[in-house]
Ligand binder design. Structure first.
Ligand code: NAD
Ligand code: TYD
Length: 378
């Protein structure tokens, strides 16, 4: 039996990861710690919380008493830290929140784990550790900064963050490595490219575009849409994290990416075309459209779902031009490869959103005001 503390699992990737490990292993216990910020939603994991194999605690990773209390109650083998403020645009507006959650929160988790897991000291005074324990930090390719037209990020690419978000994630990574080097703490880090898939909060590019199309709103593309991201289906990321937590070498960093570079404009055009095709093939999907336009026969029209919806808007400040990951290390060391082709993953993702409109309503209801609404109005 392995016991996990998984933080931030009411959010996009953490929730997918918990679902993945609960389905894969019968002998695991998972304790989720999540502060339920705007990005965390209990509904996303409600069915997984059975209080036998999966438990939920609402709390802040920065709170020492809360985290210490969990270490006192459970004998954790693994800590997997997803909890973070994750939206670059929000980090431009409120950098300090990113510093608090992403840096101080990570350091608090590391320290609580350190104190709970230390067994004694070796001859040189370094701590000795409970057998088999592991702290895993879920990091991002954004710590490497931005690429030009050529080349890839490898694990030895110098860290060169530009946004407050990536600066905070870089600092967190540095703390993880400092705990490795100073205390010989058993840690690993994965740095992944942009994820997409179910439960992605609908203010990030792909789910925002899907939501806006269904609502008949404009599709905001920052700058000229030429920025490149390397998209990976979320389940492939979860598989990589599972491999690294269980089989990765202590102290190592692994880059995770799909070799699937696309410009933002390509992503938006592909999403428009895919939704149009799915709607054309399935009349039930057409009923989901909130913008109701009838054709000459009185049927729901989808003619307006086209590239004219695209609106080029003011560019993001300090917008990184291109991210692209070289995943050779994790492929050679652990046999990981992206399994979901983008053409398949994007259809699965769009179908998931079409079939889970109640989830979209739930996570964007109440006080929530999305970036799109704030910037461009309803
Ligand atoms: P998300 O914003 O969807 O979810 C973040 C979760 O963390 C939410 O459930 C939120 O409630 C929780 N949280 C925030 N502050 C907290 C705090 N102080 N204490 C406890 N919980 C808190 O994020 P995501 O997209 O799922 O990203 C998860 C992790 O993966 C992040 O660390 C992010 O930096 C990293 N990452 C994301 C991507 C991506 O494409 N989304 C790519 C690479 C790495
Ligand atoms: P995002 O999903 O915020 O992820 P990240 O900034 O972490 O890469 O954005 C992905 C890309 O899409 C990024 O280059 C910014 C761009 N973008 C838009 O053009 N329009 C939008 O409305 C959003 C949210 C993002």
């Amino acid at each position: 039996m392995k016991t996990y503390l998984v933080t931030g699992a009411a959010g996009f990737i953490g929730a997918n990861y918990v679902k993945y490990i609960l389905a894969k292993y019968s002998d695991v216990k998972v304790v989720i710690l999540d502060a339920l910020t705007y990005a965390g939603n209990l509904g996303t994991i409600a069915k997984d919380i059975d209080n036998e194999r999966c438990f939920f605690i609402k709390g802040d990773i920065c709170n020492r008493d809360v985290v210490d209390g969990l270490f006192a109650e459970y004998r954790f083998d693994y800590v997997v830290n997803f909890a973070a403020e994750s939206h670059v645009d929000r980090s431009i507006e409120n950098p300090q929140l990113f510093l608090i959650t992403n840096i101080l929160g990570t350091q608090n988790l590391l320290d609580c784990a350190r104190r709970a897991w230390v067994m004694g000291k070796d001859e040189q005074g370094y701590p000795t550790w409970r057998r088999g324990v592991r702290y895993h930090q879920v990091s991002t390719d954004e710590v490497y900064g931005s690429l030009g037209a050529e080349g890839y990020f490898t694990e030895t690419t110098p860290l060169c963050p530009h946004s407050p978000y990536s600066a905070s994630k870089t600092s967190a990574d540095m703390f993880v490595m400092a705990y490795r080097d100073t205390y010989k703490m058993p840690v690993t880090i994965t740095r992944c490219s942009n994820n997409y898939g179910p439960y992605h909060f609908p203010e990030k590019l792909i789910p925002l575009i899907i939501k806006n199309i269904l609502e008949g709103k404009r599709l905001p593309v920052y700058g000229d849409g030429s920025n490149v991201r390397d998209w990976l289906y979320v389940e492939d990321h979860c598989k990589a994290i599972d491999l690294v937590v269980r089989e990765g070498k202590e102290g190592e960093v692994y880059n995770v990416g799909g070799h699937n570079e696309k410009t933002n404009l390509e992503i938006v055009k592909l999403t428009i075309a895919t939704i149009h095709r799915l709607m054309a093939d399935n009349s039930e999907y057409r009923k989901i459209l909130k913008k109701k336009v009838k054709d000459a026969n009185g049927e729901i029209s989808i003619d307006w779902i086209n590239e004219d919806l695209i609106t080029f808007v003011k560019d993001r400040l300090g917008h990184d031009q291109r991210y692209a990951i070289d995943p050779t290390k994790i492929t050679n060391a652990l046999g990981w490869r992206p399994e979901t082709k983008f053409e398949v993953g994007i259809v699965k993702t769009i179908e998931w959103y079409l079939e889970n409109q109640a989830w979209v309503e739930e996570v964007t209801s109440g006080d929530y005001q999305g970036y799109y609404e704030k910037m461009y109005g309803k």
